[in-house]
Design a protein around this ligand. Sequence first.
Ligand code: ADP
Length: 293
Amino acid sequence: MLTIRDLSKTYANGVTALRNVSLNVPTGMFGLLGPNGAGKSTLMRTIATLQDPDSGSIRLGEIDVLADKDAARRQLGYLPQEFGVYPKEPAITMLDHFAVLKGIVDAKQRRDVVEALLKQVNLWEVRGHKLGGFSGGMRQRFGIAQALLGDPKLIIVDEPTAGLDPEERNRFLNLLAEIGENVVVILSTHIVEDVTDLCQNMTIISRGEVLLSGQPHEALASLDGRVWRKQVVKAELAQLQTLHTVLSSRLIAGQPVIHVLADSSPGAGFEAIAPNLEDVYFGKLRAQAAQAA
Ligand code: ADP
């Protein structure tokens, strides 16, 4: 559905944000996972036709996105990281205004569309409330309603769950999953759990490079039998980090618990565990860092 080939971008200050990025993004939820500064927003903005790459191509179905931006924009809904709204406007008025901008000129049609969308994102009851009084989760759901105007085939959401409490986050992700049944939804995030349960396909990017691309269960299978856990004491942590590929270290009840990547048992006290997506993520980031060193 969405095909990205060899996309590269170096900013004027010399930072290379994308290096030959190639991705196939099918219908459904697609997780774009990477640390801050990985190039996620650059990629999102490029797909959303808001900035040009130095080279590469993007196709959305039959549309050459970079050559025919107007056609691409008609198929596209975007929820940017910083989504500004007029705080004094009621939700319904603002969405109606966005609908006009999206080209829905017929008043009756617009009323129907706005009503259906506010119901879909569960804001119909508060449609008359001012946006400035909305919680973070409500604002994001309003942002999705806005992105869905005009029946887009591709929805792009950039770091949408940052700052949401767990309940709002769940509600928001479930909404995205429902939308993803019919269209392509690209969810950019640095939060591994956002991708774990919801995304049928994913990619990990870091320093502008694609480190992995595929289905989460395949990524997990690639680490089967290779992730080991041990509770350690703080004093030995630094040494273990030099001896092993430590994927993560987390304090559990005050004691560090580490995950180590190794083809066979790293030593006494380590137990083999089922890998999780965070292990995959940190494993890829470690390997990239080791290669760069
Ligand atoms: P992410 O969304 O994954 O945090 P970004 O795409 O925002 O990553 O940034 C990737 C890299 O490009 C970072 O090093 C960032 O500082 C740099 N960058 C982003 N936008 C610009 C810009 N307009 N000019 C210069 N550098 C930029």
